[in-house]
Design a protein around this ligand. Structure first.
Ligand SMILES: Cc1cc2nc3c(=O)[nH]c(=O)nc-3n(C[C@H](O)[C@H](O)[C@H](O)COP(=O)(O)OP(=O)(O)OC[C@H]3O[C@@H](n4cnc5c(N)ncnc54)[C@H](O)[C@@H]3O)c2cc1C
Length: 233
């Protein structure tokens, strides 16, 4: 990982029933690539803890953001209690998740807050005038109350982004995909044998389930790009 920085916390935005984006100032000299992560150290009621978060902003944005699902953990409570102006310590950037410049056909299979590095990558693509022949985003989450950035992704069709939302618990009126991301569901939206690069990001349980799906679709390891949101605890 690159280095440590003191940054001011700026604000938070609720972007789903239990999903919150936290914004921080961007320190001088801090640069990162779309898809990379940083760690944020906080003083919690149980002592100091550092957690890893993917950047949910693009490298060209003038602030740093993380997006997370709230939980009762001491860390998340400390995060939520931050007052604007509070100075916190971050370390970064780290990670190798990126879409090579010559890739024009790609699929992103993201679950829940696993969407964060994908948002960074796609925001970056828009900012740099990049165009995909086909960038399928298969975006799975619990229900319609918790799909951050959906409108932003749906507005990216002009750069080749195609969004398919999969709700685990849809309303009866939902006309789209529901349940989990399975091999049959993936086959309905892409030909996995077309050689495209496939990115899978999210909580470890979801990532393991989708790796099984990729096995069934016979996607070889060289086309898989995996980011597991593991927690050291
Ligand atoms: C590469 C990478 C990228 C990630 N990106 C994101 C992201 O963009 N958004 C996101 O929400 N999460 C991301 N994560 C996961 C994140 O780092 C935390 O694991 C997650 O936020 C769970 O935190 P929690 O406090 O809700 O823990 P819970 O799931 O509630 O954890 C239960 C217990 O474990 C403890 N715990 C969890 N993590 C740590 C830790 N790091 N150190 C000490 N104790 C811990 C908690 O305090 C709690 O007591 C990423 C992880 C990795 C490895």
């Amino acid at each position: 990982m690159s280095g440590g920085y003191e940054v001011a916390y700026l604000k938070r935005d609720q972007c789903g029933s239990d999903i919150v984006t936290f914004r921080f100032e961007r320190p001088d000299g801090y640069s990162f690539k779309a898809g990379q992560w940083f760690t944020l150290r906080l003083e919690t009621s149980q002592g100091e803890e550092s957690h890893t978060f993917s950047h949910s902003t693009a490298p060209s944005d003038d602030c740093l953001e993380l997006t997370t699902r709230m939980s009762p953990s001491a860390y998340k409570q400390a995060l939520y209690a931050l007052e604007p102006g509070t100075v916190v310590h971050i370390n970064g950037p780290g990670g190798r998740l990126s879409v090579a410049e010559d890739v024009t056909r790609v699929a992103f299979l993201a679950g829940g807050v696993g969407i964060t590095p994908i948002r960074s990558i796609l925001r970056d693509a828009v900012a740099r005038g990049r165009h995909f022949d086909d960038a399928l985003l298969l975006y799975g989450d619990r229900d319609a109350s918790c799909v951050p950035f959906l409108a932003e992704f749906e507005a990216m069709s002009d750069i080749g982004v195609r969004v398919v939302v999969v709700y685990e618990h849809p309303t009866p009126e939902w006309p789209g995909e529901s349940g989990f991301i399975t091999a049959d569901l993936v086959r309905r939206h892409l030909d996995a044998s077309d050689g495209r690069q496939i990115f899978v990001t999210g909580p470890p349980v979801m990532v393991s389930a989708i790796e099984n799906v990729l096995d069934q679709l016979e996607v070889d390891a060289s086309r898989r790009h995996i980011e597991r949101f593991t927690s050291p605890a």
